[in-house]
Design a protein around this ligand. Structure first.
Ligand SMILES: [Fe+2]
Ligand SMILES: [Fe+2]
Length: 259
């Protein structure tokens, strides 16, 4: 069942949280997002081939999938856009992804399918108009991919944060947001290990947190696990800007030839 993140009757943001790990548990849980803005549809991070059929079925209750206009890809990982070939075959959609990956993601695709349909977002980001909103691709480079964007819906005030804020939980735990300090503290062990290994450094976490503080964010919604709203958003920003991660934690010991 879809989780409704925003709905004013004209503009709707939906989250699908249970399409992946029902497959058998070997793949990480992932959230996919559908924005329907005054009859125009976009997917954010639609995931891979094992999710494609389930997502087509699930989204069709809300939007005729063949009319899909955009796919927004936060980065190039398989749990983000490995299904790209199927989407490009079944619809007329355009993919927005970092310019760094513009000529790499066609390797997911059949020859000639991608011609003129992949738009590389420049490092500084860009605004992409939809009918009743503007989607802003905001820079989140090295969090975790080298060219990495998050997508901010200016109408719904939702920041779709990709792998930033991700947690490893069962999909049943995702139905409600994390809002209070007590919930946030209880949730920390579910995301600490992920961020320490997948985020590249404390420096870029701090730059990102500074940027997000300049934005009006009602919901911070990652691509894995639970999402944040209210007090928990500020708590997450404070936590991540103090976190040492990625290359901060690596030493020569991590670069030794195995026995
Ligand atoms: Fe990723
Ligand atoms: Fe991911």
């Amino acid at each position: 069942m879809a989780i409704e993140l925003y709905n004013d009757g004209k503009h709707v943001c939906l989250m699908f949280n249970d399409l992946v790990d029902d497959v058998g548990g070997s793949a990480v849980q992932a959230n996919q997002f559908l924005i329907v803005s005054d009859g125009e549809g976009a997917l954010i991070d639609p995931a891979g081939n094992m999710t494609y059929n389930a997502l087509v079925m699930a989204m069709s209750k809300y939007f005729p999938f063949k009319n899909l206009k955009y796919i927004f890809g936060s980065h190039q990982d398989p749990d983000i856009v490995a299904s790209l070939n199927k989407w490009l075959s079944a619809t007329e959609c355009t993919l927005y992804v970092s310019a760094l990956w513009e000529r790499f993601v066609p390797h997911f695709c059949t020859m000639n399918r991608t011609e003129g349909r992949i738009i590389g977002i420049p490092d500084a980001g860009q605004a992409i108009p939809m009918r009743d909103t503007i989607i802003v691709a905001v820079p989140a480079h090295f969090l975790h991919a080298e060219g990495n964007f998050q997508f901010y819906d200016t109408k719904a005030k939702i920041l779709f944060s990709g792998d930033m804020g991700a947690s490893l939980v069962h999909h049943d735990e995702i139905l409600k947001p994390i809002t209070t300090k007590a919930e946030f503290l209880a949730h920390l062990p579910r995301m600490e290990g992920f961020h320490k290994r997948y985020m590249v450094s404390n420096k870029v976490c701090r730059y990102w947190a500074n940027m997000v503080r300049t934005m009006k964010v009602d919901k911070l919604v990652p691509q894995h696990g639970r999402y944040f709203q209210g007090e928990a958003i500020g708590l997450f920003l404070s936590w991540i800007e103090g976190l040492h991660c990625g290359v901060d934690l690596f030493t020569q010991d991590h670069y030794k030839v195995p026995n």
